[in-house]
Design a protein around this ligand. Structure first.
Ligand code: NAD
Length: 483
């Protein structure tokens, strides 16, 4: 299972060497075996990486290159990712345990992200200067300097690409802090950036404990922006530091997204969408559709069909092309999910399917859990309100659209929502009334890099993706020219 006998180097201001922190192993969640050994970054490494990034930003000429020249490097990064797509997808499977069919999609999306921001970078060359009599005004965008990307373990490569591509397109240096347990994809991306022609020092990757390494990066005076994806508690902590430093941040945080199935929906289509929305990625997705509301008149038949399909999902070996759900990320995370299911039952919930670990063979080695559907609880139950981040769906019937919208919006989170109906007027009405950064109608978890993504309330601040995503990583300057 080991990808190398040697301790993996990390990337500190363009120098590949062992980190100065504790040695640890990354683990394949399907078997519990070690995949790679590496040393975490130390606080000295953080200082070296940030000073090196600052130096590279000022001296390497990256920020001064014409946007189309930086774009050419970003196109090359996309191409290199595509050339190595299968190898990267297999490595990510080992890093995080997602089924190979999912990691292939994430790798393709990372390539698409670099390509998209290469194109967006080229548009930076357009300057619009409306003449105003005897003077003209201009909006000028400057790169910020050193920016940080702090990412979670659940979608490596896609999360990192989403931050690195626009930050680099804007001309910045980027210090990436991947989750300690899934550092491999960020390290691969740093190597690819270097091969594509990003100057040394412009990209660093510092794996390590968030409360030590992530915290030190966030507090560093030379770091001018943090783009964070992770849990709401961590996001709040980063927002406090940012307030002290007067530093802009974007925070992509947790979710407890409602999926709403009306009686006139195409129920076959809705069953597929609801299953995919909660059980793909083992439910370890910020946008997982984890609260299901179904119209009372079709509730029983819908839940019967959903339960049958959930019980039949192929849970197992992530390297098998047919696997639909892999393991959870760690044994500890599985225990937290089990505690939530116990809590749901103690609050009066009935388990329709799942609620246990599968047994035998690979199941006894990895951190597997069965797709789980619980009903009989209200939207006020703790498992309806708290983010479980696993394959657990809470199903509830609803009687009226008004009551449904009230319940759907009754959450501290507001990241995403799904609506299943054939009535386009209702889809529009409910889509407007539901509070969420993303609303899917008759689909779920569909993504386009050109559509901005982010959350309301405890689900975060700011938007990633979209053509304007690049401007997040730039400071705007108004310039006035007298004649
Ligand atoms: P987490 O908040 O524990 O960690 C995320 C990252 O922050 C990791 O790299 C971690 O090391 C680092 N970190 C931890 N403490 C820190 C600190 N004090 N200062 C700076 N950095 C610190 O989250 P996680 O468990 O890795 O990921 C799961 C969470 O991420 C879920 O809540 C999920 O909803 C959320 N998420 C959100 C999105 C989104 O786009 N909204 C996407 C994916 C995941």
């Amino acid at each position: 299972m080991l990808i190398s006998d040697k301790t993996l180097p990390i990337c500190i201001a363009g120098v590949w060497r062992e980190g100065g922190g504790d040695r640890y192993a990354t683990i394949y969640p399907a078997t519990g075996e070690a995949v790679a050994y590496l040393n975490a970054a130390s606080l000295d490494d953080v200082e070296e990486a940030i000073q090196g990034a600052h130096h590279a930003f000022r001296t390497s000429g990256w920020a001064q290159r014409k946007p189309h020249e930086r774009a050419a490097v970003l196109y090359r990064i996309a191409q290199l990712i595509r050339e190595r797509a299968e190898e990267l997808a297999q490595r990510q499977r080992l890093d995080n345990g997602k089924p190979i069919s999912e990691t292939r999609v994430l790798v393709a999306s990372a390539a698409g992200t670099f390509q998209y921001f290469a194109a967006a970078c080229e548009t930076l060359e357009e300057i619009i200067t409306p003449p105003r009599g005897d003077y003209i005004t201009m909006s000028v965008y400057e790169p910020m300097g050193v920016v940080a990307a702090i990412t979670p373990w659940n979608s490596p490569i896609a999360s990192e690409a989403q931050k690195m591509a626009p930050a680099l397109a804007a001309g910045n240096a980027v210090v990436v802090k991947p989750a300690e347990i899934t550092p491999l994809m960020a390290l691969e991306l740093a190597a690819i950036c270097e091969e594509a022609g990003v100057p040394k020092g412009i990209v660093s990757v510092l794996p390590g404990r968030g409360s030590v390494i992530g915290d030190a990066i966030t507090k560093h005076p030379l770091v001018k922006r943090v783009s964070f994806t992770g849990g709401t508690a961590t996001g709040r902590h980063i927002a406090h530091i940012a307030a002290d430093k007067m530093m802009p941040v974007s925070l992509e945080l947790g979710g407890k997204s409602p999926t709403m199935v009306f009686e006139d929906a195409d129920l076959d289509h809705a069953v597929n969408g609801v299953l995919y929305g909660i059980f793909s990625s083992s439910g370890e997705a910020c946008i997982a559709g984890s609260r299901l509301f179904v119209a009372s008149s079709v509730y029983e038949q819908f839940i019967d069909r959903l339960t049958e399909r959930a019980a039949a999902l192929r849970v197992g070996d992530p390297s098998d092309e047919r696997t639909q759900m892999g393991p959870l990320i760690t044994g500890k995370h599985r225990e937290s999910i089990e505690r939530y299911v116990e809590l749901g039952v103690s609050e009066g919930g009935r388990i329709r399917t799942g609620g246990q670990r599968p047994e035998g063979g690979l199941y006894d080695k990895g951190y597997f859990y069965r797709p789980t559907i619980i009903e009989g609880l209200s939207n006020q139950a703790r498992i309806s309100q708290e983010e479980i981040f696993g394959p657990v769906l809470v199903a509830m019937p609803f009687d009226s659209e008004e009551a449904l919208i009230e319940q759907a919006n009754d959450s501290v989170y507001a990241l995403a929502a799904g609506i299943w109906t054939r009535d386009y007027k209702r889809a529009w009405r409910v889509g407007r009334a539901v509070q969420a950064g993303t609303v899917w109608i008759n689909t779920y978890k569909l993504f386009s890099i050109s559509t901005p993504f982010g959350g309301w309330r405890d689900s975060g601040i700011g938007r990633e993706k979209g053509r304007l995503g690049i401007l997040q990583y730039m400071e705007q300057k108004g310039m006035y020219w007298g004649m």
